[in-house]
Design a protein around this ligand. Structure first.
Ligand SMILES: [Zn+2]
Length: 208
């Protein structure tokens, strides 16, 4: 089966302001993807995680602030223009909504230290599970099963459960990420970035 993929014209990446210059020079750079061994592994493995939705990327960059001890760090969102070229369909993996396959793929990349794929795809699209992974890891180490399938099932229930509403997330709540995992792709170009500025005793995002 072959499929054609059309990516959005722009994608957004939440980061820190001091990283903006790197992204201007080289949007995709493998050496930046796992710089800190204390970081938890990511949903779809090493790569640049982007979002077609600016607001989601803004929320993400603010959330990222909580993970750093650098008090000078400021949030920023990069806007990338996407090259409208054709990509080989065997190099693209799409999870169009939450499913067991999607959850298993994240389990394999987050819970197993070594890269689990024989060939890791260059572009991966699917729902975001980047919630309370610290907590999920702690619970998992306490309740880990002998039965492998039971672990997969346990994992799916926990990554899709929203503790605030006491219900499973809907696809709309969870959002979609577009991940670029191959730094040889000439696909993204820096367009602009967004910073937070003070506004009537609060703050708002401004494109610069
Ligand atoms: Zn992989």
């Amino acid at each position: 089966m072959t499929a054609e993929l059309f990516l959005p014209e722009y994608v957004y990446h939440g980061t820190f302001l001091h990283n903006v210059s790197f992204f201007k020079q080289k949007p995709l750079d493998r050496t930046k993807w796992r710089t800190d061994s204390t970081h938890y592994l990511k949903d779809f493995g090493d790569g640049l995680y982007t979002n077609a939705d600016l607001e989601q990327a803004q929320i993400f960059s603010k959330r990222k602030l909580r993970t750093t001890s650098d008090l000078e760090a400021k949030p920023a969102v990069i806007k990338f223009r996407v090259n409208p070229v054709k990509y080989p369909s065997d190099d693209i993996l799409v999870f169009s909504g939450m499913s067991q396959e999607w959850s298993d793929y994240i389990y394999n990349h987050r819970m197993v230290k070594a890269e689990p794929c024989v060939h890791h795809h260059s572009i991966i699209i699917g729902p975001i599970a980047d919630g309370n992974f610290k907590e999920i890891f702690q619970q998992f180490s306490r309740s880990r099963h002998q039965d492998v399938q039971a672990n997969y099932n346990w994992f799916r229930t926990h990554i899709t459960f929203n503790k605030l509403t006491n219900k499973s997330y809907t696809d709309k709540e969870i959002g979609t990420q577009i991940v670029f995992c191959n730094d040889q792709l000439n696909i993204l170009h820096y367009e602009s970035h967004y910073i937070l500025e003070p506004y009537h005793r609060q703050e708002r995002w401004k494109e610069v």
